[in-house]
Design a protein around this ligand. Structure first.
Ligand code: ATP
Ligand code: ZN
Length: 293
């Protein structure tokens, strides 16, 4: 029945889009977004994807236009602060689109700490989160709401400081701004309604299980190598997350073993060189698509 389809809201284009599509496609959804497609249907779990602006996602879930959605934690916090009935819940953290909401000022500003913000103007796209922070810290400042290009506000003289999302800090640097204080850290999250019907909850549980199977191995590699048995303790130090390795005797090479292991550390050439130094040979490093717990 049509109303039993799972409806997932995604950001159509922006900082969450690539990460969301990549994660879903690793879970077999086969999504191929196109410019004018606002609705993508998938046979996988009988799902409809609604491709919208990120700002619309919390409201869509709240008003039951979508069952769940992927958004930044920062947006979830802002939405909850402006909607006191609090019907949304975080179902799972998704470990991409990590960033922080920070206060920043011009590099030559006389604002040295947050107390200096008293009586000043601060531009932001997250007014409720900022207002809450200012209240908690007993700072009286004027909030100027902007929906984009917040980093330009000090340059064009409409604010003394900004409160904006930062990841690498490049945008701040380019605009001669320095980060002064972090308000919160954020990452992509899956959000739903607390009162989801049971059949939706069952599908969402399956979705989260698939997400976790992909997320669990994002930073892991499957490593196979041959090594002298005596060197096994050193190997343990070189491969963080080295747990329950498979160790097999190598026929015709007494004292040598083949080791198969999932290592949590990102694969680095540096590690491979150190493995070679302790005599490892036939080193194979493989990507892991999924790891089912
Ligand atoms: P839309 O057109 O959908 O309204 P937008 O311009 O408002 O898009 P984006 O800039 O794409 O939104 O940001 C969407 C979300 O991505 C943010 O709410 C935040 O969670 C995350 N994000 C923002 N900036 C960064 C960044 N520099 N690095 C990583 N994640 C970020
Ligand atoms: Zn937006």
């Amino acid at each position: 029945m049509s109303q039993q389809r799972l409806r997932i809201a995604l950001q159509k284009s922006g900082k969450l889009s690539d990460g969301s599509i990549e994660l879903l496609n690793k879970c077999s959804f086969k999504i191929r977004p196109a410019k004018n497609h606002y609705l993508i249907k998938s046979n996988e779990l009988d799902t409809d994807f609604l491709m919208v602006r990120d700002d619309d996602i919390p409201g869509f879930i709240d008003s039951q236009v979508a069952d769940v959605g992927i958004m930044g934690e920062n947006l979830f916090i802002e939405y909850n602060l402006t909607h006191s009935d609090n019907k949304l819940e975080i179902i799972s953290k998704l470990e991409f689109a990590t960033c922080r909401l920070s206060l920043a000022v011009k590099s030559n500003s006389n604002i040295m700490n947050i107390d200096d913000l008293n009586g000043k103007k601060i531009a932001t796209s997250y007014p409720a989160t900022l207002a809450n922070y200012l209240l908690e810290n007993k700072i009286k400042a004027e909030i100027v709401v902007m929906h984009g290009s917040v980093e330009l506000a000090p340059k064009i003289g409409i604010a003394d400081a900004i409160c904006d999302l930062v990841s690498t800090g490049t945008t701040l640097k380019e605009n001669d701004l320095v980060e002064m204080q972090v308000l919160l850290f954020s990452e992509a999250i899956l959000v739903g309604r607390k009162d989801m019907p049971q059949f939706i909850r069952t599908k969402v549980k399956e979705l989260v299980f698939r997400f976790q199977s992909v997320i669990n191995v994002r930073n892991s590699k499957y490593i196979m190598l041959h090594i002298d048995k005596n060197e096994l303790p050193k190997l343990e130090k070189l491969l963080p997350g080295y747990e329950a390795p498979t160790i097999l005797e190598l026929q015709g090479h007494p004292g040598k073993v083949a080791v198969h292991v999932v290592s949590e550390e990102k694969y680095l050439w540096d590690t491979v060189n150190k493995l070679k130094e302790i005599g490892a040979t036939s080193i194979l490093v493989m990507n892991i698509e999924k790891m089912i717990a």
